[in-house]
Write a protein that binds this ligand. Sequence first.
Ligand code: FES
Length: 123
Amino acid sequence: MYSEKVMDHFSNPRNVGEIENADGVGEVGNAHCGDIMKIYLKVEDDKIVDVKFKTFGCGAAIATSSIATEMIKGKTIEEAEKLTNKAVVESLDGLPAAKMHCSVLAEEAVKAAIEDYRNKNNK
Ligand code: FES
């Protein structure tokens, strides 16, 4: 039911952890399943030079946050802001319908971290 990519990112999640003194932090949750996702950004010259995440949630939430961090690493804030849950799902070679909301959480966590960065830097 899960693609190999989902299993890979679930079993070996990339960029797990926290960033001390992060330039932007976003935390979002889903009221239905209770899962929580937190994303930390390190930004230099409007470019995401490092990103880490912590997810307290299901396997798909871990896989989507893992791949989302890979997709925005090295990107500019403007580029990262365009990340959609659809792109996340495509990069994972699909998700079961019941797990689509997990990818929405990843998109929202990235957007929340970017918003926090913008607020902190008056951008
Ligand atoms: Fe809710 Fe996956 S079941 S984020």
